[in-house]
Each structure stands twice: as structure tokens, then as C-alpha cells.
Design a protein around this ligand. Structure first.
Ligand code: ATP
Ligand code: MG
Length: 404
């Protein structure tokens, strides 16, 4: 398969003399693959005995998105000898006497921050840079002290108030950078059918960002794709693996969902939702525990996933000894993105008895007053427990894959 014109521009970019290359735009447009190739060819053509950094959101995502595709490029394997050590996360590339080392770092892995402080780099590639902490990115750039060092950035768009947009995309000329914007047509390997499928996976703010490639403010409904006809079911067939997810509250509502997971479908079959304000009475942890047992009924629950801040309730569940209890991953934005993606793919269904969850799906909104992505923290309790279930349990069960 050949390269698109946009991809050829990325390969030729090192000869422009600019210091930084920024590729942003829609998903699956071929940014990471062509940028990694361009980075390696530039590094091997101009340096020897130098260190470079290949950075992803985490070391795992860098290995998946950068390393694996790179190792699969026949041209690279024919031209160079490539050796990757999974234990030290180092790629050594050689041709004749020329040899360079490429370290893999994860912007969100705490250990990477410390490790990158100790190296001197001749170039850095930051894949999905908008998902990394600014401090990590600045540290990585500050390590580039070798003459002729370059920065390669790529990402999908986020909010226009995101630091990367303000500091780099809006200041392209000031930073001696080139900005290339990618759309799905820039990836020659995508068929019309595949493009149509990607379009169907996103709606609302996510559609504008991931399909139209726009840096836009999050507004309107968070799950604008929620559709009763598609997501609400009236019959149950409770088989498979059972879980319970909980958003804990004493003054605020307490929300729990009972789920079963069968193949590629997760069903919220029943829920318990308690608002102390509406009932005029707060419940104790032991009283909540009784409701949890009732919700579990006779089903073999594999794990109860709980809001990580509810430490006393987690301890109550543990002491009773019946359920395996685990703290939820509470990364709100990644969790929402993951949940929206699974919802669009039709893999999450809600039984019509779960009226509180359905009501919240239809009202849960982005905060229009906030500059960065923030949800309105109101009527979001079933949304939180649903997100805990999706992002903590489904991620593990379905191997962390976003559907694309
Ligand atoms: N010129 C090409 N020929 C063949 N396959 C390609 C080409 N360009 C990209 N691809 C393939 O298309 C898929 C998407 O490419 P890539 O991961 O580089 O996109 P991306 O823009 O980084 O996506 P995302 O924004 O989701 O990270 C990959 O499987 C990649 O191997
Ligand atoms: Mg990519």
C-alpha cells in the first residue's frame, strides 16, 4: 500500500529544517504509523551513538501503538537490525557502524518521569501528546540537548483551552514548527466501509473531535448517543459473568448496578438507587450492605467495584467476606470516552427496570461554563457507577480495547 500525500509530507518533513512537527486530527488517519517511520529514518540518517525517546500515554500504549507497528515494517527490517528488549523497554537499531538507542516512556507512568530526567536525547516522539501531563512533555523536551534535536508530536483534538493547543498549535510559527492536520482520507488503507463504521462509533463532542478532527469545547449531553431504542432492553437472559458497580453516597444518592457480561454484551439487569434527601433518612454502611446483598440475590458475583473514595464501605464489604471487592479506576474523562465508545458499538444494554440509570443517561451533561472538559456534578451517580463498571471491569474483560 502506498502513502497518501499527507503521509509523504511527514516523511519529507525532516528536510524542512523546522524543529517540531505536529500532526493532529481524526482517529485512525495514519498519524502514528507514518510519524514513527519518519522519526526512525531521520534519527538513523543523521545520528549515531545517540538516545531518542518514543513516548506514549503509558509504556503499554507506546508498545502497542508505536513499537509493534514499527517492528512489522518490512522496509525497516530490510534496512536495519532492530532489537527490542521488553524488560528494559529499549529498542536498539543498527546499520553497519551506526547505532542508536530508542527508549520507550509512558507520559502517565510515574516511573517514566524520573527515568526521563536522567537521559540526554537527540529527539523525542510524543504519541497522543494531548493525553500526557504537561510536566512530562516539558521534561522530555528539556532533555533534548543534542544539536539538531527535533520534536515529533501527534494527537487527536481536545478542548481549545488544552495547554497543547494553546502552547503549540496556536504558536506554530513562534515555535519553529510545522502543523499537519489529518482526516480519514489521509489514510489510504481505510475503505469507505471502515470509515463509515468509525463515524458510527462517535456522536456529539467526540464526533467533532475524533471524526471531524476539530478542537472543540465539550458541550451538551455527555452520552448524546444514548438511544432508548438501541440501548434499553425489556427481556433478560442472565447468564455469563456477574458484577456489581457502586457509587457510594450518604448525603448524596447511592447507586448500585447489577451487571452480567455475556460475550460482547454487558447488561445492567437491575439497580439499587437511594437518595437520602428524598427518603428523609440516611443509611449506615451496614444498611447499604444489606441492600447490596439483596441486589446480588442468588447470582455468583465475581467482583463488586466501588468508588475508590468510599474506603469505609469497601472495608464493610470486605469484612462480610462474601464478595471480592475492588476499587474503581476513577479517571473520569478516559472512563467516559471508553463508555461512550462501547455504548456506540451497541455493547452496553440497560434493562428497562433501571429507571434511574436511564434518566441519568438522558440528562448527564458537560458543564458549559467550564473551559476544560468537566461534567456537571449533579444527577451523575448511576453514571459514575456505570463508568466504574465499564472502565474498570469491561476494560479488563475486553482487553482495554476501544472499538475502532
Ligand atoms: N499508508 C498506509 N498503508 C497501509 N496501512 C496504513 C497506512 N497508513 C496507516 N495505515 C494503517 O492504518 C491504521 C491506523 O493508523 P495509525 O494508527 O497510524 O493512525 P492514527 O492516526 O495514529 O490513529 P489514532 O488517532 O486512532 O491514534 C493502522 O493499522 C496503520 O497500520
Ligand atoms: Mg495514533
Amino acid at each position: 500500500m502506498g502513502l497518501s500525500n499527507k503521509q509523504v509530507q511527514v516523511l519529507k518533513w525532516p528536510y524542512t529544517g523546522h524543529t517540531a512537527l505536529i500532526c493532529d486530527g481524526a482517529v485512525r488517519t495514519g498519524k502514528t504509523s507514518v510519524m514513527s517511520l519518519s522519526f526512525i529514518l531521520w534519527a538513523m540518517g543523521n545520528f549515531s551513538g545517540c538516545n531518542f525517546a518514543l513516548c506514549g500515554k503509558t509504556v503499554g500504549s507506546a508498545e502497542r501503538n508505536i513499537m509493534q507497528p514499527l517492528m512489522g515494517i518490512t522496509y525497516l527490517r530490510e534496512q536495519f537490525s532492530l532489537e527490542y528488549s521488553r524488560s528494559t523497554h529499549q529498542l536498539t537499531i543498527k546499520r553497519g557502524k551506526r547505532q542508536n538507542r530508542f527508549y520507550v516512556f509512558g507520559g502517565r507512568d510515574e516511573s517514566s518521569y524520573t527515568l526521563i530526567q536522567g537521559v540526554t536525547l537527540a529527539g523525542v516522539l510524543l504519541d497522543e501528546v494531548a493525553l500526557m501531563p504537561r510536566s512530562f512533555v516539558e521534561q522530555a523536551l528539556a532533555r533534548c540537548s543534542v544539536d539538531g534535536a527535533r520534536f515529533f508530536f501527534n494527537c487527536n483534538p481536545d478542548s481549545p483551552s488544552h495547554w497543547f493547543y494553546k502552547e503549540w498549535i496556536l504558536k506554530v510559527s513562534e515555535k519553529d514548527a510545522t502543523h499537519l492536520h489529518f482526516m480519514m482520507d489521509d489514510n489510504p488503507s481505510l475503505t469507505e466501509e471502515t470509515k463509515a463504521r468509525y463515524r458510527s462509533l462517535w456522536t456529539g463532542t467526540f464526533y467533532r473531535r475524533y471524526i471531524l478532527g476539530e478542537w472543540c469545547t465539550a458541550e451538551g449531553l455527555v452520552y448524546s448517543n444514548f438511544d432508548r431504542d438501541k440501548h434499553v432492553i425489556h427481556d433478560l437472559d442472565p447468564r455469563g459473568r456477574f458484577y456489581i458497580s457502586i457509587d457510594y453516597g450518604t448525603h448524596n444518592p447511592f447507586s448500585a448496578g447489577l451487571w452480567y457480561l455475556n460475550g460482547n454484551t454487558a447488561v445492567r439487569m437491575q439497580e439499587f438507587y437511594y437518595s437520602s434527601v428524598e427518603h428523609g433518612q440516611q443509611l449506615t454502611d451496614e444498611e447499604y450492605y444489606k441492600h447490596l446483598e439483596e441486589l446480588a440475590g442468588k447470582y455468583p458475583i465475581l467482583a463488586v467495584v466501588v468508588d475508590p473514595s468510599a474506603l469505609s464501605f469497601i472495608e464493610t464489604i470486605r469484612r462480610h467476606g462474601r464478595f471480592f471487592v475492588t476499587q474503581a479506576d476513577n479517571d473520569v474523562l478516559d472512563g467516559i470516552r471508553y463508555t461512550a465508545n462501547q455504548l456506540n458499538a451497541g455493547r452496553i444494554k440497560i434493562h428497562d427496570s433501571c429507571v434511574d440509570c436511564i434518566r441519568e443517561f438522558e440528562t448527564y451533561s458537560w458543564d458549559p461554563k467550564s473551559e476544560s472538559d468537566k461534567v456537571i456534578k449533579e444527577f451523575d451517580h448511576a453514571m459514575d457507577d456505570t463508568r466504574y463498571f465499564c472502565y474498570t471491569i469491561l476494560q479488563r474483560e475486553w482487553r482495554g480495547r476501544m472499538i475502532s
